[in-house]
Design a protein around this ligand. Structure first.
Ligand code: GDP
Length: 319
């Protein structure tokens, strides 16, 4: 455990998509955005319409750029859908509805990959083009698709499970094997080693944080770090704020609750922030050996996210 981080502390955050992006948009209001590195899940990456889409990298980038479609939480505000509609008219399945400008990001990524560039370099190009000061790193440059295993012997890529099939409550296991075999992207381990504070965004614990931790060396680097590690619960009042975290947690046999997530993280996290609606679980979280902080964790706006981020940093400082 380190002493109180200095003003220009290097903050590293493990991030998924929408929940993480909202939290990071608050965090950059209370820390120097350039001192922050987000290590982002790429287990949701998939080729759609011939282009490499990295949903979580793009959500984080667009949100930090202030360009995200705030209602949906992903995609670009005001984007048009001419390409996807034309593809649908040509008979293509278009359950993954990408806007035209969003598609351009994926196309850029695909073209640059074909040039021999790595996913980390490309993520950096995209965030600079969107004028984002925060460093956005993919967890790995190797393919790490997350698969969801369902009753009846079915198996689906996470995006097929979520966007195509509507996230049915039939999960029996989640397969992050590819992430386990993947190497961390350049910069990931150094960022963790150099961190003064490590944060875990309110993200899906199973398919966003799980894959990042599965990547070779990440868990060991966190364990070896002297930085305090603080997580924010993505489960509020016994349910996710949004998304299928309940179905996935149940599928892997974890209680759908703040304390369930704290139990999942207990070996590598020092502090845990839970929502005021779950205040009665504070003692359970502390019994796991974690320092707990109870507050309103619902991020209704960048301002409320900033207040939450400040409290999370405060807990980290106290560790
Ligand atoms: P996804 O990959 O786009 O679903 O995004 P993430 O993995 O980053 O986040 C999904 C998780 O964030 C879900 O479990 C949500 O419950 C959680 N989440 C979203 N908004 C909020 C919020 O305002 N507060 C809290 N505490 N959790 C949130």
């Amino acid at each position: 455990m380190s002493a109180a981080p200095a003003a220009a502390a290097r903050v590293v955050a493990l991030a998924g998509g929408v929940g993480a992006a909202r939290f990071l948009a608050g965090l950059v209001r209370v820390v120097d955005p350039a001192s922050l590195t987000a290590i982002v899940n790429t287990g949701d990456d998939r080729v759609f319409y011939g282009v490499h889409v990295s949903p979580d990298l793009d959500i984080v980038t667009y949100t930090l750029a202030g360009r995200v479609d705030r209602e949906k939480g992903y995609g670009l505000a005001g984007d048009s859908f001419a390409v996807i509609d034309a593809l649908a008219a040509l008979g293509h399945p278009t359950w993954f509805r990408l806007g035209d400008r969003d598609l351009a990001t994926g196309l850029h990524r695909t073209l640059r990959l074909a040039d021999g560039a790595g996913l980390a370099e490309i993520a950096d190009e995209v965030r600079r083009a969107y004028r984002v000061d925060t460093r956005i790193l993919p967890m790995s440059e190797d393919p790490c698709p997350t698969y969801v295993e369902l009753r009846g012997g079915r198996r689906a890529h996470f995006e097929e499970y979520l966007a195509r099939d509507g996230a049915p409550d039939e999960v029996i296991a989640v397969d992050c094997l590819a992430a386990r075999r993947a190497r961390p992207a350049p910069g990931v381990i150094d960022a963790i080693r150099g961190a003064d504070v490590l944060l875990v965004c309110p993200s899906n614990p199973v398919v966003s944080i799980g894959p990042i931790l599965a990547v070779a060396g990440v868990r060991d680097a966190i364990a070896a770090s002297r930085a305090p590690v603080v997580a924010v619960s993505p489960i509020v009042g016994g349910a996710p704020v949004k998304g299928p975290a309940d179905r996935l947690l149940r599928g892997i046999g974890v209680e759908v609750s703040a304390r369930g997530v704290a139990g999942l993280y207990r070996d590598w996290v020092d502090g845990f922030v839970l929502d005021q609606r779950d205040a009665e679980q504070r003692a359970d979280v502390e019994a796991l050996g974690l320092r707990a902080h109870v507050t309103d964790t619902i991020m209704r706006s960048p301002e409320t996210a900033a207040r939450l981020a400040a409290e999370v940093l405060e807990l980290a400082r106290a560790l």
